[in-house]
Ligand binder design. Structure first.
Ligand code: ZN
Length: 511
């Protein structure tokens, strides 16, 4: 007897529909599985047989063939255990075939018949809804994740027996209420900008960076609070929209990093990979590509501490994904695209010992410093709109009882600036000042005659490159937006220029 059951698999972070077919016929007892299967899917035959037995379903040995179609999609993971078992039970006549109509199944079985959570549930349920499927039965621990998607019935089951009882109408599973939002309540961050004493200029630069989604580089001695501020960047970013949360949750779900019983992710990610990370783990990769750190930082912050300690080629590989906001990885069986739209925050010491230009502590020779700085490649500098030199916190600032601004206050200013940008830039189809294409720059950042003359002076005086000049323009646009100024004025240009001193520094000039 032949039966088929719907299921799904992951391709990158998107779901694909899979049909599981089971045929049971007379003949030599065998258990064959076909359909472009990874080894863990092939192993399902042993798990399924044992789980069925231990759940109390015994049947006579027959010739069993399982086919997973379409054949051109490689099937990964253990989520086919449940649909295979159900298709088999139906083929043996233990479940009526018509009870399987319009239901998508997924779940891994343990040998005693319990259902274990699987990866990628959100993407697959989303796909099921888009394909017009009415019901999904999935592992109990995945139920909140599945219920994020509206307009589809989601049932969480703890064991194979529960699923069979539901299909036989013996004991129905509890339907997840899609109207109830399984959106995690927006969690307050445990950290806050008010905990950072002093460092006014660094905070200001960070605020500007977030307000225009500019990448930022902190250069300064150890212990100057670079990581402390970087970690707090997500706390001043606007809250995730529902769509952004869905995108992010899909990535974490595909990577298997969503905690069981967790619904939608509602806080922006902060990823801080160690400098020994390989290019594959950073960008994404593997035999079957899975998302890398840059995708886990999607809609949030990627922090590269000790920037110069990273492998040069690893850093170079960031170039294309940072520009496109997504990364595509090609394999023999297709190409995989992962979103990776993040804000890049990096930190580095200004010299090998870290204390330059404090000559009381730093004994590095000019040559050593130059060699060290040369490790920072031009393409990397070009990725950074804002580079700020950070000083050690003076004693008085560290122990003053002045009350620092909270993240909420800073966030409010940033959100205002972001609204202004969005309104102005919508005709270009972009959201942030950092994305303004160079040919549109003069149109968006209109300068009066006086400021134009000043820009020319600065260009000549500081020997700026075209790229450097356009960064100054974009950043000064953001500064003007933060100040609520429609026009870009002299002081905005000057402040933006102060964040480009790296160009001169790297040119070997001693500032
Ligand atoms: Zn030094």
């Amino acid at each position: 007897m032949f039966n088929k059951v719907l299921s799904g698999t992951l391709h990158g972070v998107e779901g694909r529909l899979i049909v599981v077919e089971a045929d049971v016929s007379e003949g030599l007892p065998t258990f064959n599985m076909v359909g472009f299967l990874a080894s863990e899917v092939r192993e399902a035959s042993d798990r399924v047989r044992t789980a069925l037995n231990n759940s109390g379903y015994h049947f006579s040995p027959k010739r069993i063939t399982i086919n997973l179609s379409p054949a051109d999609i490689r099937k990964e993971g253990a989520s086919f255990d449940l649909p295979i078992s159900i298709a088999l039970l139906a083929s043996y006549g233990l479940i009526p075939s018509e009870s399987l109509d319009g239901i998508l199944f997924m779940g891994e079985l343990s040998l005693n018949g319990d259902l274990k959570p699987v990866r990628g549930v959100l993407s697959i349920v989303d796909l099921a809804r888009n394909c017009g499927i009415k019901k999904v039965i999935l592992p109990y621990d995945n139920r909140f994740e599945g219920a994020i998607i509206p307009e589809i019935e989601v049932y969480g089951a703890s064991s194979l027996k529960d699923v069979v009882d539901h299909l036989l109408d013996n004991k129905l599973l509890e339907k997840m209420d899609a109207n109830q939002h399984y959106v995690e309540k927006v969690k307050p961050y445990a950290i806050d900008f008010s905990q950072v004493k002093g460092q006014r200029s660094m905070k200001r630069a960070t605020e500007i960076a977030v307000a225009g989604r500019h990448n930022i580089l902190f250069m300064g001695p150890p212990g100057s609070g670079k990581s402390m501020i970087a970690k707090r960047v997500p706390t001043i970013m606007p809250e995730l929209s529902y769509e952004e949360s869905i995108e992010l949750t899909k990535i974490y779900s595909a990577k298997g990093m969503l905690k069981s019983n967790e619904g939608l992710i509602s806080t922006r990610p902060f990823r801080s990979p160690h400098h020994s990370i390989t290019a594959h783990s950073l960008i994404g990769g593997g035999n079957v590509p899975s998302p890398g750190e840059i995708s886990l930082a999607h809609n949030g912050v990627l922090f590269l501490d000790e920037l110069l300690e990273f492998q040069k080629n690893t850093i170079e590989m960031l170039r294309q994904p940072t520009e496109e906001g997504q990364v595509t990885i090609s394999r023999i069986n297709g190409s995989y695209t992962f979103p990776c739209d993040f804000m890049l925050v990096a930190a580095m010491n200004p010299c090998p010992c870290g204390y330059y230009p404090d000559r009381a502590k730093c004994y590095c020779t000019p040559n050593q410093i130059k060699r060290y700085m040369n490790k920072l490649s031009q393409p990397m500098i070009d990725r950074m709109d804002i580079c700020i030199h950070v000083k050690r916190i003076p004693y008085d600032e560290l122990y003053s009882d002045s009350i620092e601004e909270t993240s909420a206050v800073i966030k409010e200013r940033i959100c205002k600036a972001l609204d202004i940008q969005r309104e102005r830039l919508k005709e270009f189809g972009i959201n942030y000042n950092s994305e303004i294409p160079s040919q549109k720059l003069d149109e968006v950042c209109k300068l009066s005659r006086k400021e134009l003359a000043m820009r020319r002076d600065l260009f000549e005086k500081y020997n700026l490159t075209a790229r450097g000049a356009s960064k100054i323009m974009k950043v000064s646009r953001t500064i003007a937006d933060l100040n609520g100024s429609d026009a870009v004025c002299e002081k905005h240009l000057f402040e933006a220029l102060s964040y480009r001193m790296i160009d001169l520094y790297n040119g070997g000039q001693n500032l």
